[in-house]
Design a protein around this ligand. Sequence first.
Ligand code: ZN
Length: 138
Amino acid sequence: MKSFRKELHVHTKTRRAFINITPQVSAALAESGIREGLCLVNAMHITASVFINDDESGLHRDFERWLEKLAPEKPHDQYDHNGYEDNADAHLKRTVMGREVIAAVTSGELDFGTWEQIFYGEFDGMRDKRVLVKIIGE
Ligand code: ZN
């Protein structure tokens, strides 16, 4: 069995953003040379998510509105976590949207349904962040 590890780097210009990282994950898979196996992709931060969904801008605005209803960013003092930080909402949003995804690798490709794409969800951005890609197989 082979294993391959790569970190992707993200730095968003806004506090919150959704970024389609499928091209970078596909490139990592090609670089790995693995044809059959599993591909794990996870955020390496506790205020960011990796999830699979549709690359449709209306849906992304819906996610933003829905997450703001569940865990509004402000007022900051509504959260116990916000003492020396102001990112409690980002921790909560990340928990709802998930830490990681696992995709099957078949014939050297991500074995996705028609509309599946991998997204990085940033909830406390404007700083350097990392995403781990780990691929195992043969
Ligand atoms: Zn925090």
